[in-house]
Design a protein around this ligand. Structure first.
Ligand code: GLY
Length: 528
Protein backbone atom coordinates (compact mmCIF):
# COMPACT_ATOMS: atom_id res chain seq x y z
CA UNK A 1 0.00 0.00 0.00
CA UNK A 2 1.11 3.55 -0.77
CA UNK A 3 -0.38 6.74 0.70
CA UNK A 4 0.96 9.99 -0.75
CA UNK A 5 -0.01 13.56 -1.52
CA UNK A 6 -0.87 12.86 -5.18
CA UNK A 7 -2.91 10.06 -6.82
CA UNK A 8 -0.49 9.78 -9.76
CA UNK A 9 2.51 9.46 -7.41
CA UNK A 10 0.58 6.85 -5.40
CA UNK A 11 -0.10 4.89 -8.63
CA UNK A 12 3.61 5.06 -9.56
CA UNK A 13 4.48 3.50 -6.18
CA UNK A 14 1.83 0.76 -6.45
CA UNK A 15 3.14 -0.13 -9.95
CA UNK A 16 6.64 -0.55 -8.52
CA UNK A 17 5.30 -2.88 -5.81
CA UNK A 18 3.42 -4.92 -8.44
CA UNK A 19 6.61 -5.16 -10.51
CA UNK A 20 8.42 -6.88 -7.62
CA UNK A 21 9.93 -3.79 -6.03
CA UNK A 22 9.96 -3.56 -2.24
CA UNK A 23 8.73 -0.65 -0.10
CA UNK A 24 12.11 1.07 -0.45
CA UNK A 25 11.97 0.92 -4.27
CA UNK A 26 8.41 2.27 -4.15
CA UNK A 27 9.49 5.09 -1.83
CA UNK A 28 12.24 6.14 -4.22
CA UNK A 29 9.88 6.08 -7.22
CA UNK A 30 7.18 8.01 -5.31
CA UNK A 31 9.72 10.67 -4.27
CA UNK A 32 10.86 11.16 -7.90
CA UNK A 33 7.21 11.27 -9.05
CA UNK A 34 6.22 13.84 -6.43
CA UNK A 35 9.02 16.11 -7.70
CA UNK A 36 7.00 16.32 -10.93
CA UNK A 37 3.36 15.98 -9.86
CA UNK A 38 3.66 18.17 -6.75
CA UNK A 39 6.52 20.62 -7.31
CA UNK A 40 5.24 22.90 -4.50
CA UNK A 41 6.86 20.42 -2.05
CA UNK A 42 7.92 17.27 -3.92
CA UNK A 43 11.44 17.97 -5.00
CA UNK A 44 14.91 17.29 -6.26
CA UNK A 45 16.05 20.70 -4.91
CA UNK A 46 15.12 20.06 -1.27
CA UNK A 47 15.78 17.45 1.36
CA UNK A 48 14.11 15.20 3.89
CA UNK A 49 14.18 12.21 6.19
CA UNK A 50 13.13 8.58 5.86
CA UNK A 51 12.56 5.96 8.52
CA UNK A 52 12.62 2.35 7.33
CA UNK A 53 11.51 -0.74 9.23
CA UNK A 54 12.34 -4.05 7.57
CA UNK A 55 9.95 -6.97 8.00
CA UNK A 56 12.29 -8.58 10.53
CA UNK A 57 12.07 -5.52 12.78
CA UNK A 58 15.44 -3.89 11.98
CA UNK A 59 15.00 -0.12 11.69
CA UNK A 60 17.18 2.65 10.27
CA UNK A 61 16.85 6.37 9.54
CA UNK A 62 18.19 8.24 6.53
CA UNK A 63 19.01 11.94 6.88
CA UNK A 64 19.05 13.75 3.54
CA UNK A 65 18.49 17.17 5.10
CA UNK A 66 19.99 20.18 3.30
CA UNK A 67 23.21 21.71 4.66
CA UNK A 68 24.33 25.32 4.98
CA UNK A 69 26.70 26.26 2.12
CA UNK A 70 30.42 26.58 2.92
CA UNK A 71 30.21 30.37 2.71
CA UNK A 72 27.27 30.63 5.15
CA UNK A 73 27.74 32.57 8.38
CA UNK A 74 25.78 32.91 11.59
CA UNK A 75 24.80 36.54 10.90
CA UNK A 76 24.00 36.23 7.18
CA UNK A 77 20.30 36.94 7.80
CA UNK A 78 20.84 39.96 10.05
CA UNK A 79 20.90 43.53 8.71
CA UNK A 80 23.52 46.14 9.64
CA UNK A 81 21.18 47.20 12.48
CA UNK A 82 21.12 43.62 13.81
CA UNK A 83 17.49 43.10 12.80
CA UNK A 84 16.48 39.85 11.05
CA UNK A 85 16.15 39.91 7.24
CA UNK A 86 13.17 37.57 7.04
CA UNK A 87 12.63 38.09 3.30
CA UNK A 88 16.23 37.05 2.55
CA UNK A 89 16.09 33.89 4.68
CA UNK A 90 12.87 32.75 2.98
CA UNK A 91 13.10 33.94 -0.65
CA UNK A 92 15.75 34.01 -3.37
CA UNK A 93 19.06 32.26 -3.86
CA UNK A 94 20.54 32.91 -0.38
CA UNK A 95 17.62 31.09 1.28
CA UNK A 96 18.61 27.73 -0.21
CA UNK A 97 20.57 25.06 1.60
CA UNK A 98 22.58 22.51 -0.40
CA UNK A 99 19.93 20.04 -1.68
CA UNK A 100 19.96 16.54 -0.22
CA UNK A 101 17.11 14.64 -1.91
CA UNK A 102 19.02 13.16 -4.85
CA UNK A 103 21.79 11.81 -2.59
CA UNK A 104 19.10 10.48 -0.24
CA UNK A 105 17.28 8.56 -2.96
CA UNK A 106 20.50 6.93 -4.16
CA UNK A 107 21.46 6.02 -0.57
CA UNK A 108 18.03 4.44 -0.02
CA UNK A 109 17.98 2.43 -3.23
CA UNK A 110 21.64 1.38 -3.13
CA UNK A 111 21.38 0.11 0.46
CA UNK A 112 17.93 -1.46 0.59
CA UNK A 113 16.27 -1.41 -2.83
CA UNK A 114 15.91 -4.18 -5.39
CA UNK A 115 15.02 -2.60 -8.73
CA UNK A 116 17.44 -0.51 -10.84
CA UNK A 117 17.26 3.28 -10.46
CA UNK A 118 16.44 3.55 -14.18
CA UNK A 119 13.13 1.75 -13.51
CA UNK A 120 12.35 3.92 -10.48
CA UNK A 121 13.04 7.32 -12.06
CA UNK A 122 11.52 6.68 -15.53
CA UNK A 123 7.88 7.30 -14.51
CA UNK A 124 8.89 10.76 -13.25
CA UNK A 125 10.73 11.51 -16.48
CA UNK A 126 7.65 10.48 -18.48
CA UNK A 127 5.38 12.61 -16.31
CA UNK A 128 7.65 15.65 -16.68
CA UNK A 129 7.88 15.25 -20.45
CA UNK A 130 4.28 14.22 -21.22
CA UNK A 131 2.76 16.63 -18.70
CA UNK A 132 0.53 16.52 -15.63
CA UNK A 133 -3.07 17.73 -15.69
CA UNK A 134 -3.62 20.30 -12.95
CA UNK A 135 -6.38 20.00 -10.36
CA UNK A 136 -8.21 23.19 -9.28
CA UNK A 137 -6.02 23.35 -6.13
CA UNK A 138 -2.77 22.87 -8.07
CA UNK A 139 -3.68 25.56 -10.62
CA UNK A 140 -4.61 27.91 -7.77
CA UNK A 141 -1.33 27.25 -5.94
CA UNK A 142 0.84 27.98 -8.99
CA UNK A 143 -1.14 31.20 -9.56
CA UNK A 144 -0.67 32.24 -5.92
CA UNK A 145 3.09 31.55 -6.13
CA UNK A 146 3.51 33.04 -9.63
CA UNK A 147 4.61 36.53 -8.45
CA UNK A 148 7.23 34.91 -6.21
CA UNK A 149 8.48 32.58 -8.95
CA UNK A 150 8.70 35.51 -11.41
CA UNK A 151 10.47 37.77 -8.92
CA UNK A 152 13.11 35.34 -7.63
CA UNK A 153 13.84 33.07 -10.64
CA UNK A 154 16.26 34.63 -13.12
CA UNK A 155 14.96 32.65 -16.13
CA UNK A 156 11.44 31.76 -17.36
CA UNK A 157 10.27 28.29 -16.30
CA UNK A 158 7.49 25.78 -16.85
CA UNK A 159 5.49 27.48 -14.11
CA UNK A 160 5.63 30.90 -15.77
CA UNK A 161 4.74 29.50 -19.23
CA UNK A 162 1.19 30.81 -18.78
CA UNK A 163 0.07 34.06 -17.20
CA UNK A 164 -2.71 32.22 -15.34
CA UNK A 165 -3.31 28.50 -14.88
CA UNK A 166 -6.75 26.85 -14.95
CA UNK A 167 -7.86 23.46 -13.68
CA UNK A 168 -7.44 20.95 -16.53
CA UNK A 169 -4.38 22.71 -18.01
CA UNK A 170 -1.37 20.45 -18.57
CA UNK A 171 1.94 21.39 -16.95
CA UNK A 172 4.85 20.24 -19.14
CA UNK A 173 8.29 20.31 -17.46
CA UNK A 174 10.86 19.58 -20.21
CA UNK A 175 13.82 21.12 -18.30
CA UNK A 176 13.04 18.94 -15.29
CA UNK A 177 12.72 15.90 -17.59
CA UNK A 178 16.25 16.55 -18.87
CA UNK A 179 17.58 16.97 -15.30
CA UNK A 180 15.99 13.64 -14.32
CA UNK A 181 17.45 12.00 -17.44
CA UNK A 182 20.92 13.22 -16.47
CA UNK A 183 20.38 11.65 -13.04
CA UNK A 184 19.12 8.43 -14.65
CA UNK A 185 22.16 8.27 -16.95
CA UNK A 186 24.95 9.51 -14.61
CA UNK A 187 23.65 8.60 -11.17
CA UNK A 188 24.02 11.16 -8.37
CA UNK A 189 26.74 12.87 -10.43
CA UNK A 190 23.96 13.81 -12.87
CA UNK A 191 22.84 16.25 -10.17
CA UNK A 192 25.82 17.06 -7.94
CA UNK A 193 28.38 17.46 -10.76
CA UNK A 194 28.37 18.49 -14.40
CA UNK A 195 25.53 20.28 -16.17
CA UNK A 196 22.96 20.30 -13.34
CA UNK A 197 25.50 21.46 -10.74
CA UNK A 198 26.65 24.17 -13.16
CA UNK A 199 23.03 25.28 -13.65
CA UNK A 200 22.59 25.63 -9.87
CA UNK A 201 25.85 27.58 -9.50
CA UNK A 202 24.95 29.88 -12.42
CA UNK A 203 21.54 30.47 -10.83
CA UNK A 204 23.37 31.39 -7.60
CA UNK A 205 25.63 33.83 -9.45
CA UNK A 206 22.67 35.53 -11.14
CA UNK A 207 20.56 35.57 -7.96
CA UNK A 208 23.20 36.45 -5.35
CA UNK A 209 23.41 33.02 -3.72
CA UNK A 210 26.46 31.24 -2.28
CA UNK A 211 26.15 27.52 -3.16
CA UNK A 212 29.33 26.40 -4.95
CA UNK A 213 30.32 23.38 -7.03
CA UNK A 214 32.34 22.17 -3.99
CA UNK A 215 29.24 22.38 -1.77
CA UNK A 216 27.30 20.25 -4.26
CA UNK A 217 30.05 17.70 -4.91
CA UNK A 218 30.60 17.31 -1.16
CA UNK A 219 26.99 16.65 -0.12
CA UNK A 220 26.37 13.31 1.61
CA UNK A 221 23.21 11.73 3.01
CA UNK A 222 23.74 10.17 6.46
CA UNK A 223 22.35 6.91 7.88
CA UNK A 224 21.52 7.36 11.56
CA UNK A 225 20.22 5.11 14.33
CA UNK A 226 16.49 5.67 14.81
CA UNK A 227 15.14 7.04 18.09
CA UNK A 228 12.93 4.54 19.88
CA UNK A 229 10.43 4.95 22.68
CA UNK A 230 7.37 3.35 24.15
CA UNK A 231 3.80 4.65 24.37
CA UNK A 232 1.65 2.26 26.44
CA UNK A 233 2.19 -1.15 24.75
CA UNK A 234 3.40 0.39 21.48
CA UNK A 235 6.98 0.77 20.29
CA UNK A 236 7.59 4.09 18.54
CA UNK A 237 10.37 4.40 15.95
CA UNK A 238 11.12 7.87 14.63
CA UNK A 239 13.65 10.31 13.22
CA UNK A 240 16.61 11.42 15.36
CA UNK A 241 18.26 14.90 15.15
CA UNK A 242 18.85 16.99 13.12
CA UNK A 243 15.10 16.75 13.21
CA UNK A 244 13.50 17.62 16.50
CA UNK A 245 10.25 16.00 15.33
CA UNK A 246 10.81 12.40 16.42
CA UNK A 247 12.23 13.30 19.82
CA UNK A 248 9.46 15.81 20.55
CA UNK A 249 6.86 13.22 19.54
CA UNK A 250 8.34 10.79 22.08
CA UNK A 251 8.49 13.51 24.76
CA UNK A 252 4.84 14.39 24.17
CA UNK A 253 3.69 10.76 24.21
CA UNK A 254 5.54 10.22 27.51
CA UNK A 255 3.80 13.27 28.89
CA UNK A 256 0.42 11.61 28.23
CA UNK A 257 1.17 8.23 29.84
CA UNK A 258 -0.13 9.34 33.24
CA UNK A 259 -3.59 10.08 31.85
CA UNK A 260 -6.33 7.68 30.76
CA UNK A 261 -6.80 9.56 27.52
CA UNK A 262 -9.53 7.27 26.17
CA UNK A 263 -11.65 7.68 29.30
CA UNK A 264 -11.12 11.45 29.33
CA UNK A 265 -12.57 11.56 25.80
CA UNK A 266 -11.50 12.78 22.36
CA UNK A 267 -11.01 16.57 22.27
CA UNK A 268 -12.54 16.91 25.76
CA UNK A 269 -11.28 19.93 27.77
CA UNK A 270 -9.21 17.62 30.03
CA UNK A 271 -7.56 15.85 27.08
CA UNK A 272 -6.89 19.03 25.09
CA UNK A 273 -5.55 20.79 28.19
CA UNK A 274 -3.04 18.06 28.99
CA UNK A 275 -1.95 17.68 25.33
CA UNK A 276 -1.40 21.44 25.04
CA UNK A 277 0.64 21.53 28.26
CA UNK A 278 2.76 18.63 27.01
CA UNK A 279 3.27 20.34 23.61
CA UNK A 280 4.17 23.65 25.29
CA UNK A 281 6.98 22.02 27.27
CA UNK A 282 8.35 19.96 24.38
CA UNK A 283 8.63 23.06 22.16
CA UNK A 284 10.34 25.00 24.96
CA UNK A 285 12.95 22.23 25.01
CA UNK A 286 13.23 22.39 21.21
CA UNK A 287 14.20 26.05 21.35
CA UNK A 288 17.19 25.30 23.50
CA UNK A 289 18.53 21.79 23.03
CA UNK A 290 17.97 20.69 19.46
CA UNK A 291 20.24 21.25 16.44
CA UNK A 292 22.59 19.36 14.13
CA UNK A 293 24.26 16.68 16.30
CA UNK A 294 27.51 17.16 14.34
CA UNK A 295 27.74 20.70 15.79
CA UNK A 296 25.73 20.62 19.01
CA UNK A 297 25.65 18.23 21.93
CA UNK A 298 22.05 17.06 22.23
CA UNK A 299 21.17 15.34 25.50
CA UNK A 300 19.16 12.66 23.70
CA UNK A 301 18.93 10.16 26.55
CA UNK A 302 18.00 12.88 29.03
CA UNK A 303 15.30 14.35 26.83
CA UNK A 304 13.78 10.90 26.32
CA UNK A 305 14.02 9.92 29.98
CA UNK A 306 10.51 9.15 31.20
CA UNK A 307 11.23 10.60 34.65
CA UNK A 308 12.47 13.81 33.01
CA UNK A 309 9.30 14.15 30.96
CA UNK A 310 7.16 13.30 33.96
CA UNK A 311 9.11 15.94 35.91
CA UNK A 312 8.39 18.52 33.21
CA UNK A 313 4.72 18.21 34.20
CA UNK A 314 5.19 18.94 37.94
CA UNK A 315 3.78 22.44 37.52
CA UNK A 316 0.88 21.09 35.45
CA UNK A 317 -2.35 22.49 36.85
CA UNK A 318 -5.31 20.37 35.74
CA UNK A 319 -7.59 23.40 36.09
CA UNK A 320 -5.51 26.16 34.58
CA UNK A 321 -3.20 26.81 31.62
CA UNK A 322 0.46 27.38 32.40
CA UNK A 323 1.69 30.67 30.90
CA UNK A 324 4.43 30.09 28.30
CA UNK A 325 6.23 33.07 29.84
CA UNK A 326 6.84 30.93 32.92
CA UNK A 327 7.87 27.79 31.03
CA UNK A 328 11.58 27.46 30.39
CA UNK A 329 13.46 24.74 28.56
CA UNK A 330 13.97 21.92 31.08
CA UNK A 331 17.20 20.75 32.55
CA UNK A 332 17.42 17.21 31.20
CA UNK A 333 20.27 14.96 32.35
CA UNK A 334 20.32 17.75 28.21
CA UNK A 335 4.06 25.61 5.91
CA UNK A 336 1.48 26.79 4.78
CA UNK A 337 1.63 22.90 4.63
CA UNK A 338 4.47 22.79 2.14
CA UNK A 339 6.37 19.72 3.08
CA UNK A 340 5.06 16.37 1.88
CA UNK A 341 4.96 12.92 3.45
CA UNK A 342 4.33 9.42 2.14
CA UNK A 343 3.94 6.02 3.81
CA UNK A 344 4.52 2.67 2.14
CA UNK A 345 4.21 -0.99 3.23
CA UNK A 346 5.04 -3.86 0.87
CA UNK A 347 3.74 -7.44 0.81
CA UNK A 348 6.60 -8.69 2.99
CA UNK A 349 5.93 -6.11 5.69
CA UNK A 350 8.85 -3.77 4.93
CA UNK A 351 7.82 -0.20 5.69
CA UNK A 352 9.06 3.25 4.69
CA UNK A 353 7.97 6.51 6.28
CA UNK A 354 9.41 9.47 4.33
CA UNK A 355 8.98 13.22 4.71
CA UNK A 356 10.56 15.52 2.13
CA UNK A 357 10.48 19.27 1.73
CA UNK A 358 11.43 22.53 0.08
CA UNK A 359 10.37 24.26 3.35
CA UNK A 360 7.98 26.91 1.94
CA UNK A 361 5.54 26.34 -0.91
CA UNK A 362 7.67 26.36 -4.08
CA UNK A 363 10.69 26.77 -1.79
CA UNK A 364 12.69 29.96 -2.25
CA UNK A 365 10.83 30.84 -5.48
CA UNK A 366 13.93 30.13 -7.58
CA UNK A 367 13.54 27.71 -10.49
CA UNK A 368 17.10 26.79 -11.52
CA UNK A 369 17.48 28.25 -15.03
CA UNK A 370 17.48 25.51 -17.67
CA UNK A 371 17.22 22.72 -15.06
CA UNK A 372 13.52 23.12 -14.26
CA UNK A 373 13.42 22.47 -10.51
CA UNK A 374 12.74 24.69 -7.52
CA UNK A 375 15.32 25.24 -4.78
CA UNK A 376 14.49 25.04 -1.09
CA UNK A 377 14.39 27.92 1.41
CA UNK A 378 15.55 25.72 4.26
CA UNK A 379 18.10 28.27 5.55
CA UNK A 380 15.10 29.85 7.33
CA UNK A 381 14.96 26.75 9.55
CA UNK A 382 18.16 27.94 11.23
CA UNK A 383 17.71 30.55 13.94
CA UNK A 384 18.90 33.88 12.53
CA UNK A 385 19.50 35.15 16.07
CA UNK A 386 18.49 33.97 19.55
CA UNK A 387 14.76 34.45 20.08
CA UNK A 388 14.01 35.58 16.50
CA UNK A 389 11.06 33.52 15.19
CA UNK A 390 11.29 31.78 11.78
CA UNK A 391 8.43 31.28 9.30
CA UNK A 392 6.76 28.85 11.69
CA UNK A 393 7.08 31.22 14.65
CA UNK A 394 9.74 28.92 16.10
CA UNK A 395 12.56 30.46 18.06
CA UNK A 396 15.95 28.96 18.72
CA UNK A 397 19.38 29.69 20.03
CA UNK A 398 23.03 28.77 19.69
CA UNK A 399 22.31 25.07 19.08
CA UNK A 400 20.63 25.96 15.80
CA UNK A 401 22.79 28.92 14.70
CA UNK A 402 24.03 28.94 11.09
CA UNK A 403 27.47 27.43 10.41
CA UNK A 404 29.05 26.20 7.16
CA UNK A 405 28.13 22.60 6.38
CA UNK A 406 25.65 22.40 9.28
CA UNK A 407 22.17 20.88 8.94
CA UNK A 408 19.33 23.18 9.99
CA UNK A 409 16.97 21.93 12.71
CA UNK A 410 13.77 20.33 11.45
CA UNK A 411 10.45 19.24 12.93
CA UNK A 412 9.89 16.43 10.43
CA UNK A 413 9.07 13.13 12.08
CA UNK A 414 8.62 10.16 9.76
CA UNK A 415 7.47 7.54 12.25
CA UNK A 416 6.74 3.81 12.43
CA UNK A 417 4.90 2.09 15.30
CA UNK A 418 5.14 -1.52 16.32
CA UNK A 419 3.19 -3.69 18.75
CA UNK A 420 4.40 -7.06 20.06
CA UNK A 421 7.37 -6.80 17.69
CA UNK A 422 5.11 -6.49 14.63
CA UNK A 423 4.53 -3.51 12.36
CA UNK A 424 1.51 -1.48 13.53
CA UNK A 425 1.45 1.90 11.81
CA UNK A 426 3.45 4.05 9.37
CA UNK A 427 2.81 7.79 9.47
CA UNK A 428 4.13 11.30 9.08
CA UNK A 429 3.07 14.78 8.08
CA UNK A 430 4.08 18.13 6.61
CA UNK A 431 3.30 21.29 8.56
CA UNK A 432 6.57 22.65 9.99
CA UNK A 433 6.15 22.99 13.73
CA UNK A 434 2.77 21.22 13.51
CA UNK A 435 4.38 18.00 12.23
CA UNK A 436 5.05 16.31 15.59
CA UNK A 437 1.78 17.53 17.10
CA UNK A 438 -0.27 16.25 14.12
CA UNK A 439 1.38 12.82 14.37
CA UNK A 440 0.91 12.90 18.16
CA UNK A 441 -2.84 13.39 17.72
CA UNK A 442 -3.26 10.69 15.08
CA UNK A 443 -1.46 8.17 17.33
CA UNK A 444 -3.73 9.07 20.26
CA UNK A 445 -6.79 8.90 17.98
CA UNK A 446 -6.03 5.26 17.13
CA UNK A 447 -4.45 4.03 20.37
CA UNK A 448 -6.63 5.81 22.93
CA UNK A 449 -9.78 6.80 21.07
CA UNK A 450 -10.21 3.62 19.00
CA UNK A 451 -10.55 5.33 15.61
CA UNK A 452 -9.75 3.58 12.34
CA UNK A 453 -6.90 4.94 10.23
CA UNK A 454 -8.95 7.20 8.00
CA UNK A 455 -11.02 8.60 10.89
CA UNK A 456 -7.84 9.26 12.86
CA UNK A 457 -6.29 11.17 9.96
CA UNK A 458 -9.44 13.09 9.04
CA UNK A 459 -10.38 14.14 12.59
CA UNK A 460 -9.89 17.89 13.17
CA UNK A 461 -6.69 18.87 14.97
CA UNK A 462 -5.20 21.51 17.25
CA UNK A 463 -1.62 22.60 17.93
CA UNK A 464 0.39 24.39 20.60
CA UNK A 465 4.09 25.22 20.27
CA UNK A 466 4.98 27.10 23.48
CA UNK A 467 5.40 30.42 21.65
CA UNK A 468 3.15 32.02 20.54
CA UNK A 469 1.16 31.00 23.62
CA UNK A 470 -2.08 30.13 21.82
CA UNK A 471 -3.87 26.90 20.89
CA UNK A 472 -4.18 26.89 17.11
CA UNK A 473 -7.39 25.06 16.13
CA UNK A 474 -8.99 23.82 12.96
CA UNK A 475 -12.67 24.58 12.45
CA UNK A 476 -14.82 22.26 14.59
CA UNK A 477 -11.80 20.69 16.31
CA UNK A 478 -13.16 21.43 19.77
CA UNK A 479 -16.86 21.86 20.59
CA UNK A 480 -17.87 25.43 21.44
CA UNK A 481 -18.81 24.67 25.08
CA UNK A 482 -15.49 22.84 25.58
CA UNK A 483 -13.52 25.75 24.09
CA UNK A 484 -15.24 27.97 26.62
CA UNK A 485 -14.15 25.68 29.46
CA UNK A 486 -10.57 25.77 28.15
CA UNK A 487 -10.69 29.59 27.93
CA UNK A 488 -11.85 29.64 31.55
CA UNK A 489 -8.83 27.47 32.36
CA UNK A 490 -6.60 30.21 30.91
CA UNK A 491 -6.01 28.97 27.35
CA UNK A 492 -6.16 31.23 24.33
CA UNK A 493 -7.30 30.14 20.86
CA UNK A 494 -6.53 31.09 17.30
CA UNK A 495 -8.19 29.37 14.35
CA UNK A 496 -6.15 27.93 11.52
CA UNK A 497 -7.30 26.47 8.19
CA UNK A 498 -5.38 23.17 8.19
CA UNK A 499 -2.95 21.62 10.65
CA UNK A 500 -0.71 18.96 9.13
CA UNK A 501 -1.51 16.61 6.28
CA UNK A 502 -0.98 13.10 7.60
CA UNK A 503 -0.64 10.09 5.29
CA UNK A 504 -0.68 6.85 7.23
CA UNK A 505 -1.06 3.08 7.03
CA UNK A 506 -2.41 0.88 9.84
CA UNK A 507 -1.73 -2.85 9.89
CA UNK A 508 -4.83 -4.64 11.25
CA UNK A 509 -4.50 -7.72 13.49
CA UNK A 510 -5.32 -10.01 10.52
CA UNK A 511 -2.49 -8.46 8.47
CA UNK A 512 -4.66 -6.35 6.16
CA UNK A 513 -3.55 -2.76 5.62
CA UNK A 514 -5.82 0.24 6.15
CA UNK A 515 -4.81 3.54 4.52
CA UNK A 516 -5.54 7.00 5.86
CA UNK A 517 -5.09 9.75 3.22
CA UNK A 518 -5.50 13.27 4.53
CA UNK A 519 -8.59 15.06 3.16
CA UNK A 520 -6.88 18.40 3.93
CA UNK A 521 -5.07 17.88 0.60
CA UNK A 522 -5.66 15.79 -2.50
CA UNK A 523 -3.87 12.82 -0.95
CA UNK A 524 -4.64 9.26 -1.97
CA UNK A 525 -4.18 5.71 -0.74
CA UNK A 526 -3.64 2.86 -3.18
CA UNK A 527 -2.82 -0.80 -2.84
CA UNK A 528 -3.56 -4.24 -4.10
N1 GLY B 1 11.07 22.84 6.85
C1 GLY B 1 10.26 22.41 7.90
C2 GLY B 1 10.95 21.49 8.84
O1 GLY B 1 11.92 20.86 8.48
O2 GLY B 1 10.57 21.39 9.98
Amino acid sequence: MVVSAHPVATAVGVDVLRDGGNAIDAAVAVHWALAVTSPWAGNVGGGGFAVVRLHGGQAMALDFRETAPGKASSDMFLGADGRPLHEVSTHGALASGVPGSVAGLFALRDSLGRLPMERLIQPAIDLARNGCVLSPLEAHEINVCMPMLQKYSTRPSAFTARAKWEAGDTLFQPDLARTLERIRDRGRDGFYRGETAQAIVHEMERGGGIITTEDLAGYEAVWRPVVRGQYRDIGVISMPPPSSGGMMLLQMLQGMEAMDVGAAGWQSPATVHRMVEVERRAFADRSSFYGDPAFTHIPVEGLLDSLYNLGRMVDFNPLHATSSATVRPGLPPTEHEQTTHFSIVDGEGNAVSCTTTLNGMYGNGVVVGGAGFVLNNEMDDFSSAPGVPNSYGLTGGEANAIAPGKRMLSSMAPTILERDGKLLMVLGSPGGSAIPTSIFQVILNVVDHGMDMQQAVSAPRFHHQWLPDTIQVEYDAIAAQDSLKLVNMGHRFKSRRAIGRVDAILRLPDGRLEGGADPRGEDSAGGY
